[in-house]
Design a protein around this ligand. Structure first.
Ligand SMILES: [Zn+2]
Length: 221
């Protein structure tokens, strides 16, 4: 990480850093008593190799309107990662960046990650287990929705509001977390984040096929 400038733009003071040469701009500053972004940026650069960041246009810490509208903290769009400045602590900010980087890598290395269908097959198996578990527990589930991999807002609402994440945790059927069950892309991103930020061993025990892909991205095949 290199801190190269503090510039003025639209009368706003923005701090600019970089991760492997990709600019990281702080448009809205966080509460520094909770998190020091420089430390997080440094950690990301130490942890994530340059090839997994290369080609990204930039990182922006800015609180977008859509974060409130969609109840989100971060988004990867237009080849750029945006994260909110409303961060609880170091881990919270690190998690947001690494999760969105996962979405960048699945676009950049799409064929490599999804081309052989391995992750998809595991995801569908876990969805099938989840369907069986929830049906056995008395929930009325739409089976067809469970057997599709793309994000489905109805299923998202079903998991989040009808079942509720705390109850869903008891029926995961091999998913590492409730959120990882919402779509194939989120499954990959959650495991990628667990691998880098939390319990790597546990991530690879539960989702070895995703960790195999991460290992090969890291050149450790
Ligand atoms: Zn995501």
């Amino acid at each position: 990480m290199e801190r190269h400038k503090t510039n003025n733009y639209s009368n706003k003071r923005m701090k600019e850093y970089s991760i492997h040469g990709v600019p990281f701009v702080i448009v809205h500053e966080p509460d520094y008593s909770k998190v020091n972004p420089e430390e997080v940026i440094q950690r990301v650069e130490d942890m994530i190799p340059a090839r997994l960041v290369d080609g990204l246009d930039g990182f922006y810490m800015a609180h977008l309107k859509e974060f409130d509208e969609l109840n989100r903290n971060a988004v990867f769009k237009d080849n750029t990662i945006y994260i909110t400045n409303e961060q609880d602590d170091f881990k919270d900010m690190l998690d947001d960046i690494v999760h969105e980087l996962a979405h960048f890598t699945e676009i950049k290395f799409q064929d490599h990650i999804y081309g052989d269908g391995e992750i998809r097959d595991h995801f569908i198996n876990k969805r099938y287990n989840l369907y069986n578990n929830l049906t056995s527990a008395g929930y009325d589930c739409d089976k067809q929705a469970f057997l599709k991999v793309d994000f489905n807002p109805n299923l998202d609402v079903f998991f989040h509001e009808e079942v509720g994440y705390s109850k869903l945790r008891g029926h995961l059927g091999g998913f590492p977390s409730p959120y990882s069950a919402v779509s194939l892309r989120e499954y990959y991103a959650v495991v990628f984040t667990d691998y880098f930020c939390y319990d790597r061993e546990e991530a690879c025990r539960k989702c070895p096929e995703v960790c195999d892909k991460i290992h090969s991205l890291l050149g450790e095949e």
